[in-house]
Design a protein around this ligand. Structure first.
Ligand code: CA
Length: 618
């Protein structure tokens, strides 16, 4: 009897401890680790586990202390503020969770050493040309990861909106191609987990901010990709999304607080009108829809005014920079998130990494509206975003007008001239991200009516005017696609990225003569630009378009470059006395495109519908 009673007591206590342990099982601790020696010693951990709020955390580790413990309305969350002092050493920090003084769980939190020089990392600059690629559509290096148990959407290459199987291995396999093309940086669309039942390929419905989607690879693979890129002289820019998360994000079924995401009585879409913020006459109604409306049914609008979510996002971005050794961030849908938070975020990242670069996606039609989101410190056009770089959509829209319309006072080549005259709205337009197209708009070659002459003129412009050029994968081999047919058609598979592809940009098998020509032309320009100080650092001086020609210079010490655009259907002899202020002291030049030496700069001949780049010398 005594024995049975003891057995029952033992079983009961086992049961109780089991229940306690189950109650306090830690499902998530994020960020998953941190580093010693960061400029900011503040760290806020998100701890997620059933009824974790009933526990009290404690830390006994030299240089690390708990400043404050916060509880949300949901008892399954704890937010722990830590102070990591400059003296703290790397190691495992045991965090002991107790209920009524009884230890119920221990979590070993890793603090790592930073890479040497991590804080001084340089971001991308006007010396770079960025290759934007969509990982699912670029190259399938590992067909074994196309379908992964537990991941909702399977690969189906016949569906334009489905997953096609591209992955990190595919990018790795083609780094030599990207480098030899003359690129100096890559920007892959988001690689983080998107465990959504449909449209998961593009990456913008993130369901886990700390893990790469297993169909692309692992976090280690991503780290290896960055390492390989660095070995080949390529920078890596990470695409981040703070405005929204996928509705299948793990926290969506168990939010810390109701206001973690914006809640509406019924599904409410953003009005997508970024001008609502700069508009001095905008209504609160429009403003709220713009900022708090959801980006899509599958993309929940996050509330960056929730203080713990704000910390979460800031730390997440710094975690990736430090973990993966990044060279830059591209922030998606910049105007859709609360701007006071975004400005503070940029400031925080730049305080950790003063030489880093961040480009904000600000998709607006007009210069002044774009300037509103610029990082101008004097706040001439609204509060500063602190952004060092901004996407130049007005320049993108001018590409169509410049190349497809005849030159008049304002159209044709004058469209480029006029868009540049409005650079007064930017604090540093030389850092604007410029592009002939991207993953959200019709492909460049389609926009210009599949005209190779226009292709070359536009490429010369993008690569020689001020700004940081970005080239969308496949542009070099004239990929086409109209956005009105659906996004899947502007994000088609890169030729040569899949086993058995009959056409390959990489091996050049199966390319038609135009594709071969565009590839060679682009490759020559990209590689020349890599070494041109005048383009990287030179001041831009432009002249009013005249006689359907447009001339500008990039002036840098004794290495200046002259660019002449001729939109006429006949060859033009350009008489250069009008450009004397820029040609003064220069006696000769060399055509970058033909390689020909030019001994007489007084008159320069430019063929019909073409652009000439001349490297001037004294
Ligand atoms: Ca794959």
């Amino acid at each position: 009897m005594k024995f049975i009673r003891m057995l029952i007591l033992i079983l009961l206590s086992l049961c109780l401890s089991h229940i306690e342990a189950a109650d306090l099982e830690l499902k998530k601790v994020e960020p998953p680790n941190w580093w010693v020696g960061m400029k900011s010693g503040f760290l806020q951990l998100l701890v997620y586990g059933d009824n974790i709020a009933s526990a009290e955390p404690g830390i006994s580790y030299q240089g690390v202390k708990i400043l404050k413990v916060h509880r949300a309305s949901n008892p399954n969350y704890l937010f722990i503020d830590l102070q990591i002092s400059a003296q703290a050493e790397a190691g495992d920090v045991p965090i002991v969770f107790s209920v009524d003084g009884k230890r119920v769980a221990v979590h070993h939190y890793a603090l790592y050493e930073r890479r040497p020089g991590s804080a001084e990392r340089a971001g991308f600059t006007p010396a770079d040309v960025i290759y934007l690629l969509m990982p699912d559509r670029f190259s399938n290096g590992d067909p074994s990861n196309d379908n992964i148990p537990g991941m909702l959407q399977e690969a189906n290459r016949t569906d334009p909106n489905g997953r096609h199987g591209g992955d990190i291995k595919g990018i790795m396999d083609n780094l030599d191609y990207i480098r030899d093309l003359g690129m100096t940086a890559i920007w892959p669309n988001p690689l983080l987990e998107n465990n959504m039942p449909a449209y998961s390929y593009h990456g913008y419905a993130i369901t886990d901010f700390y893990n790469v989607d297993p169909r692309f690879g692992t976090n280690d693979d991503y780290m290896q990709l960055v390492r390989s890129c660095h070995e080949k002289g390529l920078k890596v820019i990470m695409d981040m999304v703070f405005n929204h998360c996928g509705t299948n994000h793990w926290w969506m079924n168990d939010l810390p607080d109701e206001d973690w995401v914006h809640q509406w009585p019924e599904f409410t879409r953003s009005n997508y009108r970024n001008p609502v913020l700069p508009d001095p006459y905008s209504s609160q109604y429009d403003f709220d829809k713009m900022q708090k409306g959801w980006f899509d049914y599958t993309m929940a609008d996050m509330n960056q005014h929730h203080p713990f979510l704000a910390n979460y996002l800031v730390q997440n971005s710094i975690w990736w920079v430090e973990y993966a050794d990044l060279d830059g961030i591209r922030m998606d849908t910049y105007p859709y998130a609360f701007q006071d938070f975004m400005a503070a975020w940029v400031k925080h990242v730049l305080s950790e990494y003063p030489n880093f670069n961040i480009v904000g996606e600000c998709w607006l039609q007009k210069e002044a509206l774009t300037g509103y989101y610029d990082g101008d410190p004097d706040e001439r056009l609204g509060p500063t975003s602190n952004l060092p770089s901004i996407t130049d959509f007005p320049m993108y829209f001018a590409m169509d007008r410049a190349l497809n319309k005849k030159t008049t006072w304002t159209e044709g080549l004058a469209a480029w001239y006029y868009v540049l005259t409005q650079d007064i709205v930017y604090h540093n337009p030389y850092y604007n991200l410029i592009f002939p197209d991207n993953h959200d708009v019709s492909r460049y070659y389609t926009t210009i009516g599949e005209d190779l002459d226009k292709y070359k003129m536009g490429m010369v412009f993008i690569l020689t005017t001020r700004g940081i050029p970005m080239i969308y994968y496949g542009t070099e081999v004239l990929m086409t696609g109209d956005e009105h047919d659906g996004h899947g058609y502007i994000r088609e598979d890169f030729p040569g990225g899949w086993e058995g592809d009959k056409v390959s940009a990489v091996s050049q098998d199966g390319l038609n003569p135009d594709q071969e020509e565009s590839l060679q032309f682009s490759k020559k320009l990209f590689n020349w630009r890599k070494g041109s100080k005048a383009i990287h650092e030179g001041k831009l001086i432009q002249f009013i378009p005249r006689d359907t020609t447009y001339v500008y210079f990039r002036m840098h010490e004794d290495k200046s470059v002259m660019v002449i655009m001729n939109q006429n259907s006949t060859e033009q002899h350009i008489e250069t006395s009008r450009y004397q202020e820029c040609l003064d002291g220069y006696t000769r030049g060399r055509s970058v495109i033909s390689g020909k030496e030019i001994d007489d700069l007084s008159s320069i001949t430019v063929p019909a519908m073409s652009a000439e780049i001349i490297e001037l010398s004294k």
